[in-house]
Write a protein that binds this ligand. Sequence first.
Ligand SMILES: Cc1ncc(COP(=O)(O)O)c(C=O)c1O
Length: 460
Amino acid sequence: MSSSSYLNQPAGGEGDVNTSDNRQDWQNQHLDGASQQLLQRDSDSFLHQSVSTPCLAAVRKVEGLWIEDVAGNRYMDFHGNNVHHIGHGHPRLIEAVTRQMHQLPFAPRRYTCDVAVELAEKLASITPGNLAKVLFATGGSDAIEIAMKIARIATGRFKTLSFWDSFHGAGFGASSIGGEQMFRAPIGPPLSGALHVPPFGDYRNAWGVREGSSQLCLNQIRYVLQKEGDIGAVIAEPTRAVPYVPSPGFWQQVKAACHEFGALLIFDEIPTGLGKTGKMFSCEHDNVVPDILVLGKALGGGMLPISAVVCQPELDVTGHFAIGHYTHEKNPVTARAALTTIEIIEQEGLVDNADRIGQQAMRGLQVLQATHPLIGDVRGRGLLFGAELVLDRDTREPANDAADRVLYKALSRGLSFKTTMGNVLTFTPPLITTETDMQRALAIIDECLSEVEKELGLSF
Ligand SMILES: Cc1ncc(COP(=O)(O)O)c(C=O)c1O
């Protein structure tokens, strides 16, 4: 493969391309000299990679729902990488982490500490069913790989089954089970035994159907589990990030199929866990307790990196191996951040708020869908919701350029979000989002859609 093909990677499911004309125009209009200089130094210093470096802008402050860039522009952060459930820079979290750094900044390996144990106990108490045994890591990708190792050891099988178009992290194992081209090529063969099926999603799916994709997806999962006969784990996000919700009963049937054919069910709740979808864990919408639940991102309160694997007690079978021997495994500062974050989510009633504001968002998007021909579909759960843009509602031709235009027009009006799959406006605001914030965001989306429809000459 020539070097230029390494430099021109496709945007894949992320869609938030670092090279579009709309992005360039936006940067020319909104960035000042100081921002440009910092972006240049950043670009000179860091290895370039898709959807990351070169960067869009330079940030100088984050607070609550808000981002402020070096040029002084302010944005409502309806993206936040799904780390900002409690809002950026929560004062109580800063205070707790600072106190912890003074009291006990590190736990050397072979020593435990009260806060790490307290966090493990807390996770066991808030996760559904009898999920109870815990291991911590620093990033989501690492935690996924721990879960994969546990599945291998517990089942004696190395194969996994996951969804095309999913993302589970950047490590070799995690990117092998992921199904996005951008994160897989050109690093050579993925882990062997990492099998995929097309995911559910009624609006757009591999089967070309307009309803019933969950059943077709389930049929494929069952078929592959049966034919292979030796799959160790099915790994998936219970609510897909793009954002698709399965039909009722889907996950219960997947779990039954897993157990019929001897596989574990691993749920990746790295973005959705801790209340994002309007329940503490997204799998609770479907009343399904997985064998392993993986958490990350918001667990560190948007300040510190910590992730967790929470397992059924009978999966405590790895005692003779070191499956997650990470330096910061029981770091008291990251553990304190996680414990305090969970306390804030509970005490501020943020899960209920995510549910309430999420319903407002969905109603608002449905109203917009009635007036904007560009919106083909609206979907989501809680504060993970989106609008899929199409050029024609009958053919469902994806409106990627329109989505890109809307994204930068919204940024110009102070709303930051991302696109997924190229044409899905995807919103993941924090759990502290208020009704007024949501009204404001919906009004911005409304204006941007109107402008783009006018530019493209689209009307009903
Ligand atoms: C569903 C999912 N799993 C895993 C990860 C990886 O987490 P991390 O970036 O902390 O390694 C992500 C990150 O975006 C994710 O969205």
